[in-house]
Each structure stands twice: as structure tokens, then as C-alpha cells.
Design a protein around this ligand. Sequence first.
Ligand code: UD1
Ligand code: MG
Length: 455
Amino acid sequence: MSDLVTVILAAGKGTRMKSSLPKVLHKAGGKSIVEQVLTAAKGAGAKRQIVVTGFGGEQVRAALSGQAEFVTQEEQLGTGHAVRMTEGLLQEEKGTIMVLCGDTPLLTSSLLKKLYEAHVENHAKATVLTAVMPDATGYGRIIRQADGSVEKIVEHKDATEAERAIHEVNSGIYCFDAKALFSSLAQVTNDNAQGEYYLPDVLGILQKQGEKIWAVAADDYEETLGVNSRSQLAKAEHILRQRKNEALMAEGVSIIDPATTFIDSDVKIGRDTVIYPMTYLESGTEIGEHCEIGPSVRIQNTKIGNFVTGQFLYAHDAVVDDHVKLGQFVHLRPGTHICEGVKIDNFIEVKNSTIGKGSKLPHLSYIGDCDMGENVNMGCGTITVNYDGKTKFRTTIGNNAFVGCNSNLVAPVTVEDGAYIAAGSTITQTVPKDTLAVARARQKNIPGWVDKRKR
Ligand code: UD1
Ligand code: MG
């Protein structure tokens, strides 16, 4: 069993985002960027996760509640100071503490696992994840000794010209032996260009004590990129989206145009499903096998079965079973369950309703707060009148009912099994089983009326 504990630093304000929202709560890939970090760390085997909060702490805690433990850093005196805040919580820990930043949403579990395993296998007191950056400006530089081992990390602002020429940088992610971390943090001072307590100073301190320091280089520096501005947020979003599309295609999903397909990190899609352009599949969504989704679809937190087609559609917080046809121009709202074999076509809205197996809603309907049975035919323009201005009421429709075009079903009302409703009816009372209801004025023809009017 893994002994890995992670500490995620998220106390900074993120000034360059120019936002009232704490930086780490901005979203990329459908999740806040700090949640992307938590997910990657969890995948690497973290058994405990501690988030250090400061700016916007209440908001961060609320957003991550249940996913982590929290400590507060009242004043942002540096990354070393931030980690010290966790000492009380972690003093019993004897294994490995991995420190990460809350603003690096592109990290993968496999890279963090590689860092952790190298740290454990080498019996190091500290292991830093490094990356070779084309432009290393602003990053801490990795200073190595003649034998290649890490001597220390020097912050950009404290570095000499020669040190600034180094392209291998500190990613800001490390593994530490828990005891060694807190004992050396106590020795870190703020005697530097920024007057801050630097976490990376711990490596230099341990090295001087003759302890083993190790470094793992990321193959792809992209994974370690941090988000400091809206522009970097958009880049992170783009990379996460590309990764998601590639992963899905590798699993047997067809994506006609990845450039115009936006799928959040946690979405699941089955094999042989085809995704057409201009499609947004958002957090909490699951789609089965052999579906055709899109073009122009937005689906949020909705479960869709197998062999479903959906185009020009917006669905949120709904459930759709197998062999359903949806769209064009369909809106499925929360609490909706579309059962197997249903057809919902042109300009239909369904809210908080169950549509029973094999039922058909072909054109121009509003179905709200309705329990519909199987094989019901809802004629063009049928409406459930579910709201009297104060309260919502339910409509119940039995199996095999046939509701004629342009009917209003004024809830609460029941249409029993096999009942027929004449077109243009406004139904206010129960329609009994196998009965025809006609609820409209009789037509009266007046011969000669037109001639008379002309004269
Ligand atoms: C840090 C590293 C640098 C590394 C870079 C990688 C230090 C001193 N430097 O620099 O070597 O190359 O990350 O991105 O650590 N934070 C707190 N409390 C604080 C200060 C920071 O929680 O008092 C958090 C921030 O919210 C952020 C993270 O720590 O998530 C990193 O802080 P930041 O100020 O961005 O450090 P860098 O200057 O980027
Ligand atoms: Mg930074």
C-alpha cells in the first residue's frame, strides 16, 4: 500500500489572472485546475491530500470539500513557509510527501508515479521533477555538480548570468522524506531577492548535510507548465482537449473533427461511437457504444446508452436509454429519463419527465412534469400545462395513448391506457381507458354567409 501524501500549494492570489476567483478555481478540461492536480496525484497513488489555502481560501475549500484536507497560510511568505503550515497535520507521517503547485493542470498520473517511484527506489531524501524549458525565464534553475548530481536550486531573481543560461528548471514538484522535509524547512531563511522562504532551498540544505538528492526529468516539459494568465489557461485547455480526443480515438471512438470537438476530461464514451463536429460533451457525461452524436450538440452531466443518435441538441442532467433518436432541436432538461426506443424529433422540450419505451414525440411539444407510458404518440404541438402560476403539477399518460395534434393537457390530469384525444382538445379531467375525449367546440358551418358579406 502506498504511503504517499501530497501537499498542494494554492495560497497565492494569481494576480495576472485579473480575476475575483482564486486562480486555482479557474477551469480547464471541465474541472478547476487544482482538481486536475488532485486527480493526477490520486492516480499516482496519493492516500492523503492536503491543500494549502490563502487567498480566497473559503471558496477553494468549498469547491474541494470532500476531496482533500486543508490548512491555511494567512500570509504568503513563500513556498517553504506554505509547506511548513502542514507540519502540525503531517507530523506523524513517516513516508513520502509529494509537494505540487495547484496551478499545473497538465500533470499526468504517470509522470507523478515515475517521480515517486524514482524517489523511493533511490532512497533519496528529496527528489525534484525537472524540465528542460525552451524559455526558462522566471523559473528556478537546477544547479548540478560535476558528477551530475543536484547541488541546489537557484531562483531566477537570485541567479547569476551563468546560472540563468541553464535551461533545466525546477518544475515546482518534489518528493521528500517527511522527517527530512520538516527538519530542513526549519533551517530555511528568507535572505534572498524576494525576501521569501523558498521551498527549493531544502534541497541545498539536505545536499550540504550529505543526504541523497535525486532529480527526475520530465520527457515533455508541457506537462509541468503552470497557469499564470488567461492566455496560459486557454493553452492548457487546448492541450487537455487534444489529449482527451487522442485518448478516446485510441479507445475506438471516431471524432470527425477534433478541432471543433470539446470533451471534458472525465467524459466516458464507448467504442464505435462517432462524434460529429461542433460538439461539447461536458463533465459527468457518459455515452455508450455505436452512438452518433452531433453535429452541434451540447451535453452536460447526462448518461446516454448504446445506439443513440443525437443532433442539434442540448441535454443536461438527463438519462437516455438505448436505441433512442434525438433531434434536431431538442432540449432535455434536468430530471428527464428517455426510455428505450423513443423518438424525439423537431423542436421538443422535455423537463423532469419520463418518456416510456417506444413513445414518439415528433414535432413542437413541451413535456414538463409528465409520467408517460409506453408507445404513446404525442401529436404535433401537444403541451403539458404544468404550471398555474404558483405550483407545478404532474401529467400521467398511460400506455398506447394517442394524443391528437395541438392538445393541452392541463395538470394535474391523467390520460389512461389506450385513450385517444381529439386534435385541438384542452383536457382538464381524467380520460378513461380506451376512451375518446373530444374537448373542443363543435364546428358550425353557415351556408351563404360569404355571399351575404360581399353584398
Ligand atoms: C516556484 C519555484 C521555482 C519553480 C517554479 C515552477 C520557489 C521559491 N520557486 O516559483 O523554483 O521553477 O515554482 O513553477 O518555490 N504559494 C503559496 N504560498 C506562498 C507562495 C506560493 O501557497 O507563500 C503557492 C502559489 O499559490 C503557487 C505555488 O505556491 O501555487 C508556487 O508559487 P509561485 O509564487 O508561483 O512560485 P514561482 O515564483 O513560480
Ligand atoms: Mg509560479
